[in-house]
Design a protein around this ligand. Structure first.
Ligand code: PGA
Length: 222
């Protein structure tokens, strides 16, 4: 059976108290008795919550892994305000790189993204590299790509499963080792349409993952 990755991107939402409530609901994931070799769940909270999520996951044996939403394009050093790959690796196994919100609002260039990928790989952090279409450059060493058309993000207008599957197929051409996820207005009611497609290896969920109960339903329905 093909393995699916189900990723929650909590973006810049949830203060400490809201995050605690989210975790209390999310711990029901353990009742699903998921086999991580078939369905692996990854939660990406903001940097300030990585430590508390990591502690909570360990003390409650939560059947999910953690990811960061961003990483510095520099190694450790005098880069005020940045969080580097080695610092993230203490708490997480994955990192999102190249989200369209970062490309647009923070001027992230292909060159910068390639540096982020390299530094992450160097310390054993797995990049989930986001592309907005089939023509984006995918840096060497990336094994997981997430296709997120900008028009589908946060709009309630997802791409069609047919179109997303076609784009995922093109991305995989000559790189069959890649896993390709779909992201953009994924919900519990539409997730299966994407995950049942042969080229789509999972989903990246933004808005709908802010409600832990809905995210659990997405995991169940995927
Ligand atoms: P959305 O966001 O699920 O709210 O559309 C997806 C994302 O930006 O990763």
């Amino acid at each position: 059976m093909r393995k699916l990755l189900i990723v929650a991107n909590l973006k810049s939402y949830k203060n400490e108290n809201e995050a605690k409530n989210w975790l209390e609901t999310f711990k029901k994931i353990n009742e699903l008795s998921l086999n991580p070799a078939q369905k692996e769940v990854i939660v990406c909270p903001s940097f300030t919550q990585l430590f508390s999520f990591s502690s909570y996951f360990s003390s409650n044996n939560i059947n999910a892994n953690l990811g960061a939403q961003n990483v510095s394009p520099f190694d450790e050093g005098a880069f005020t305000g940045e969080v580097n790959a080695k610092q993230i690796k203490d708490f997480a196994t994955y990192v999102l790189i190249g989200h369209s919100e970062r490309r647009k609002n923070f001027g992230e260039t292909e060159d910068m993204l390639a540096k982020k990928v390299q530094l992450s790989l160097d310390c054993g952090l797995n990049p989930i590299f986001l592309v907005q279409g089939k023509d984006n450059i995918i840096p060497q060493g990336v094994k997981i790509v997430a296709y997120e058309p900008v028009s589908a993000i946060g709009t309630g207008n997802p791409d069609t499963p047919e179109s997303a599957d076609m784009v995922a197929g093109v991305i995989k051409m000559n790189r069959s080792e890649l896993m390709v996820l779909y992201g953009g207005s994924v919900k519990s009611v539409n997730v299966k349409g994407f995950t049942e497609r042969s080229n789509i290896d999972g989903v990246l969920v933004g808005g709908a993952s802010l409600d832990a109960q809905e995210f659990i339903k997405i995991i169940e329905n995927a």
